[in-house]
Write a protein that binds this ligand. Structure first.
Ligand code: TXA
Ligand code: MG
Length: 331
């Protein structure tokens, strides 16, 4: 049998967007750009369409999807918002924040993986927003990568991972943030819990809510309670094939052997080599977040036996970067 045709890449012209919106309404999958990472979208109200997401990604059926909405008024169609959720939504949407809330019955079981809750986000990427509006339905979308691999931050990454499993990729350039959204469990509004750190920091959430947001940091490195709360938060996730080794600090004189890659956080003074890399020239957190996944992908082409990476220092976005690095390194 001939291999399935390669996915087509679309620029975000009005005509292409109208065509992709029709595909989505017809129950097809479309890979979409978001400000965090690329997503693999389907009509969230169509169980059959959403099942295709799981088979294209090889994703286990117990791992629920995030539902993306165009406007705040769409929230109450799929979830039961509370005052805390509305506070966060008004402050951070559209943006990289996902809220877990009690779900409404219209959301198919396959989307919530049988849970009574649903994860909702209003994305900020202008092309995805236009597509959501044209499609006229909420769109369920996990990251557009084969299950367990590093999330895609460009249309080329999507093509490399899923190019033969899907037919449509909307190209929206390089993802501006580069790490998946912050996820907050707000089922009990008095006891918010951070399920996944992201670009919206715990401190910002606490400031807006005026209360503590719980976070079990160690839970993300071991498959413990957080993984049961949110099965996608398994320890080993976002993993390159090449083993990743983490360091608090890499010493420039120690970047040997040459068949192992050394990724500094900031551009190191002096020593360079074909196995020496950095996440951001100045060591900035935003730049490092944006380049983290593409760097791991680039170094995962078989050239290197190991990928050594320096951890971020500090809290906030540093927590999100280190969370992804710990998952990449988990064996
Ligand atoms: O930035 C993002 O969030 C991207 C873009 C495409 O929006 N999406 C994304 O989706 O990262 P995914 O499926 O790769 O990660 C979603 C996470 C999973 O860990 C899943 O377990 C969790 O959200 N999740 C979804 N619904 C949930 C629920 N009802 N309760 C708890 N966790 C949930
Ligand atoms: Mg994912």
């Amino acid at each position: 049998m001939p291999p399935p045709p390669a996915a087509r890449r679309y620029r975000g012209t009005p005509r292409n967007l109208a065509c992709l919106a029709r595909c989505l309404r017809d129950g097809e999958l479309v890979a979409v750009p978001t400000e965090t990472v690329y997503g693999l979208a389907a009509n969230a109200l169509d169980a059959r369409a959403c099942r295709k997401i799981f088979s294209a990604k090889g994703r286990p059926a117990n791992d629920p999807l995030i539902v993306h909405i165009h406007a705040l008024r769409d929230l109450a169609l799929i979830a039961e918002p509370n005052a805390a959720a509305l506070k966060l939504a008004k402050k951070f949407w559209p943006g990289p924040l996902t809220l877990v809330l009690p779900k409404k019955p219209v959301v198919p079981t396959v989307v919530s993986a049988g849970r009574r809750s649903v994860a909702v986000r209003m994305p900020a990427h202008p092309l995805f927003r236009r597509l959501l509006k044209l499609a006229g339905v909420p769109l369920a979308a996990p990251s557009a990568n084969p299950f367990g691999y590093v999330s895609p931050t460009t249309a080329t990454h999507v093509q490399q991972g899923l190019g033969r499993k899907i037919r449509h990729i909307l190209d929206g350039g390089v993802a501006r943030i580069g790490l998946e959204s912050t996820i907050v469990d707000l089922r009990d509004p008095r006891r918010p819990r951070l399920l996944r750190p992201g670009a919206i920091t715990r401190a910002e959430l606490e400031h807006t809510l005026g209360c503590v947001v719980a976070w079990r940091r160690q839970a993300v490195t071991k498959a413990t309670s957080a993984a049961q709360l949110s099965p996608g938060l398994l320890a080993r996730h976002y993993s390159p094939k090449t083993p990743v080794v983490l360091h608090q600090k890499i010493v420039a004189a120690h970047t040997q052997p040459a068949n192992e890659a050394w990724v500094f956080f900031a551009k190191p003074p002096g020593r360079r080599g074909r196995n020496v890399f950095w996440l951001d020239p100045q060591g900035g957190l935003r730049g490092a977040a944006r380049r983290l996944f593409s760097t791991l992908r680039r170094l995962d082409d078989g050239r290197f036996q190991k990928i050594h990476v320096e951890l971020a220092r500090g809290a906030g976005l540093a927590d999100a970067i280190n969370d992804r690095l710990q998952r990449a390194a988990a064996r």
